[in-house]
Design a protein around this ligand. Structure first.
Ligand code: HSE
Length: 433
């Protein structure tokens, strides 16, 4: 048996989950791998608050740098969060040849290239399974089980908070804010939760997934991002009646060598497996050119699920270090190419859900349909609801595939019509064809 001494930076929700997991199953991990994980140091500015777990005397410190520079510490677990001090700590540890394990998707999304290159230059590794999909080993699946595949597409439900909100809005019809407060109390949400509900957390994860799938760090600017803030309960009811469910999706595809990437609320058929992913669960649906369709499911947030992913990385990093492996696949896969080509957003073809409010006047619908026709947008179905007391009729339209630039132009023209009485709502419809 060989001991591996772990230094943890950040003793928050995930840090406490990692320590709890190692205390619970450390002996089992040692039996399985021959490596004994020892939490030697934990650094946090707050070492007074009770986290519900006891650690040995002298383990806690407020000085993170002393942990990084301690020659007795074999690897560093960065759970500080944010992109400033976490970047400094990560680079400093890598420059000292120490492997770093992180759950910090924002750090990788903003500074991934610098971090992967620093790891490579110093013949060590950065391991980041916990940064995407909480407890789901999706990155390990991509870089191990699916290594022989070209990735054709990835669809991900990657934010537990948003999926939890959407599920309860649909199931219980509760207001958005009340459900968000529950998600925060359960420890799912980021601080501030705007990162969740505006889709930014999902985008951070999407760029990590896309970087690994296509072999170069993907900048956040390449990922148009829209969250679920302001989504009306009526939209959820409309889509349900049509056989769809709304999910906040990360959509990643490659078409003719160009990468398409976005984060947006999208309609998915209720019959598709991804539609049945509810509450704080995450799922990633990956299509490879050899394997075909695969799906990965699990808890996307929370202390122990995320802790589980960190622990998996700790054991892999420990094994790599003890075996003198050098630069791991988690680094080389991110640096295969210097940059990627991206689809121009306007040229992306998609189906859409469109909800309008029209005045009850002869010819209103005809004006709208003329505009769609002029923009090469074919209609798959139209439902006009009963008139509101206001005298306006909500109209729900599902389209066939058309170009994004045509949708943008058509919606602008419809919005400007005298018979259009509210700003049109448009969402992507993904039928996985
Ligand atoms: N706030 C994130 C979520 C936590 O809700 O999924 C994990 O990144």
């Amino acid at each position: 048996m060989k001991e591996i001494k772990i230094g943890i930076l950040g003793f928050g929700t995930v840090g406490a989950g990692v320590v709890e997991g190692i205390q619970k199953n450390g002996a089992l991990m040692a039996e399985r791998t021959g490596i004994v994980p020892v939490v030697a140091k934990i650094a946090d500015l707050d070492i007074e608050t009770d986290r519900g777990i006891s650690v040995g005397e002298g383990v806690l410190t407020t000085d993170a740098m002393s942990v990084i520079t301690d020659d007795g510490i074999d690897l560093i677990v960065e759970l500080v969060g944010g992109t400033s001090i976490a970047r400094t700590f990560t680079l400093e540890a890598l420059k000292r040849g120490k492997p770093v394990i992180t759950a910090n998707k924002a750090l990788l999304a903003d500074h991934g290239e610098e971090i992967y290159k620093t790891a490579r230059e110093n013949n060590t590794g950065i391991y980041y399974e916990a940064s995407v999909g909480g407890g789901i080993p999706i990155l390990r699946s991509q870089r191990a089980g699916l290594i022989g595949n070209r990735i054709e597409s990835i669809y991900g439900i990657l934010n537990g908070t948003c999926n939890y909100i959407l599920t309860r809005m649909e199931r219980e019809g509760l207001p958005f804010d009340e459900i968000l407060a529950d998600a925060q109390a359960l420890g799912y949400a980021e601080t501030p939760p705007d990162l969740d509900i505006d889709g930014i957390d999902t985008a951070h994860k999407a760029v990590v997934l896309a970087s690994m799938a296509y072999g170069a760090p993907v900048p956040m600017e390449a990922c148009p991002t829209k969250g679920i803030r302001g989504l009306a309960a009526s939209e959820i009811r409309n889509t349900e009646e049509l056989g769809y469910r709304i999910k906040l999706l990360a959509i990643i595809k490659e078409n003719h060598g160009e990468v398409e990437l976005s984060v947006e609320p999208a309609l998915v058929p209720k019959t598709h497996m991804i539609a049945s992913v509810s509450d704080s669960f995450n799922a990633v649906f990956v299509k490879g050119d050899i394997v075909d369709d695969t799906m990965y499911y699990g808890r996307g947030a929370g202390r122990l699920p995320t802790g589980s992913a960190v622990i998996g990385d700790i054991m892999e990093a420990a094994s790599d270090k003890l075996n003198g492996k050098g630069v791991p696949v988690s680094v080389t896969m991110m640096l295969q190419k210097s940059e990627l080509d991206y689809c121009a957003p306007g040229s992306i073809e998609k189906r859409c859900y469109i909800r309008l409010c029209l005045e009850d006047k002869p010819g209103s619908m005809a004006k709208v349909m003329n505009i769609f026709g002029a923009h090469n947008i074919s209609i798959a179905s139209v439902v006009q609801k009963e008139l509101h007391e206001s005298g306006c009729a909500p109209v729900v339209i599902l389209t066939q595939k058309a170009k994004e630039s045509e949708f943008v132009a058509a919606i602008a023209e419809i919005d400007a019509l005298d018979v259009s009485t509210c700003t049109p709502i448009r969402m992507r419809l993904e039928d996985f064809e």
